[in-house]
Design a protein around this ligand. Structure first.
Ligand code: SF4
Ligand code: F3S
Length: 107
C-alpha cells in the first residue's frame, strides 16, 4: 500500500508533511506535492500533519480522488525530493478546501 496526496494540496502546499516522513518520499512540483508509492512504508505519520487534510491511505481514498494514485506515481518520478518544510504558497489559507483545484495543477 501507500499513502497518497490528493487535490486539496494543490495551491496550498503547506509542506508540514515532509518533516515527519522517515524515508523522504515526498516529491515537490510547482504547486503540489506527491508521495512516491515505491518508497512509502505506510508509517501513517504524514496523514495527521497536513493542515489541508489532503493525505489519505490508498485504501481510504474518497472515490473522487482515486485518480490521484496514478498521478502521485507519475509525478514522483518527474519531480525532485523535498525534505524540509518551507512556507506555504501565497493564499494557501484561501485555497484550502476549494473544489476543482485539479485544473490549476502545474506540472
Ligand atoms: Fe512518508 Fe510515512 Fe507518509 Fe509514507 S505514510 S509518505 S512513509 S510519512
Ligand atoms: Fe500538501 Fe498537506 Fe503536505 S497541503 S504539502 S500534503 S502538508
Amino acid at each position: 500500500m501507500t499513502f497518497v496526496v490528493t487535490e486539496n494540496c494543490i495551491k496550498c502546499k503547506f509542506t508540514d508533511c515532509v518533516d515527519v516522513c522517515p524515508v523522504d518520499c515526498f516529491h515537490e512540483g510547482p504547486n503540489f506535492l506527491v508521495i512516491n508509492p515505491d518508497e512509502c512504508i505506510d508509517c501513517t505519520l504524514c496523514e495527521p500533519e497536513c493542515p489541508a487534510e489532503a493525505i489519505f491511505a490508498e485504501d481510504e481514498l474518497p472515490q473522487d480522488q482515486e485518480h490521484f494514485i496514478a498521478l502521485n506515481a507519475e509525478l514522483a518520478t518527474a519531480w525532485p525530493t523535498i525534505t524540509e518544510v518551507k512556507d506555504p504558497l501565497e493564499d494557501a489559507e484561501e485555497w484550502n478546501g476549494k473544489a476543482g483545484k485539479i485544473e490549476f495543477l502545474e506540472k
